[in-house]
Design a protein around this ligand. Structure first.
Ligand SMILES: [Zn+2]
Length: 181
């Protein structure tokens, strides 16, 4: 038997005894141990506070760097554009184009896409409700206002935000009156 094997054997055999001794020791010295712990805690209070503060500061710095990196990355930029688009929608941010119809014609505001509203006669609007509402009305709005535009998927706010500029451009080129831009 090597010395290592002997040691392992001894360790195994005396496991129970050792445990019992530990429990007994703890019971007998309970108070002392408690006091020692409290004392240690008190004595190291300042250090602990400092190390906590340092950790907090370092962590803050790390997070700041990470956030800056994220903001400059493509996913970060997309997220910020999305958040902005959502914020605008929640504020009811809309571009309403001038009503070209006489007051005698009842009109409704039709969203050609997110944030872009054109007045069209209510009777026409009613005839094209349901599926593909926007697609159905696209050629009609284009003809009425002498413009052309692409329909942007409502689900994708990023795309709609990018296309917003293009739509404004397209409206301008086609000589439409644009109220709020
Ligand atoms: Zn509509």
């Amino acid at each position: 038997m090597t010395s290592k094997e002997y040691y392992v054997k001894y360790y195994q055999e005396h496991k129970k005894e050792r445990k019992e001794y530990d429990v007994k020791y703890y019971q007998e010295h309970k108070e002392k141990i408690k006091i020692r712990k409290v004392k240690y805690y008190q004595e190291h209070k300042k250090e602990r506070k400092e190390s906590d503060a340092k950790y907090y500061q370092d962590n803050k710095k790390r997070r700041k760097i990470q956030m800056a990196k994220y903001r400059n990355s493509l996913p970060g930029k997309i997220a910020s554009i999305r958040a902005e688009a959502k914020r605008r929608r929640n504020f009811g941010y809309e571009i309403l184009f001038d009503n070209i119809f006489p007051k005698s014609i009842k009109t409704v505001g039709h969203h050609i896409s997110n944030g872009f509203v054109f007045n069209i006669p209510e009777s026409i609007h009613l005839q094209h409700l349901g599926n593909n509402h926007r697609e159905q009305l696209k050629p009609i709005v284009e003809q009425l206002y002498n413009i052309s535009y692409t329909i942007v998927d409502e689900v994708d706010s990023l795309e709609s935000d990018i296309n917003k500029d293009k739509q404004i451009e397209s409206v301008r080129k086609n000589g439409n009156i644009c109220k709020n831009q």
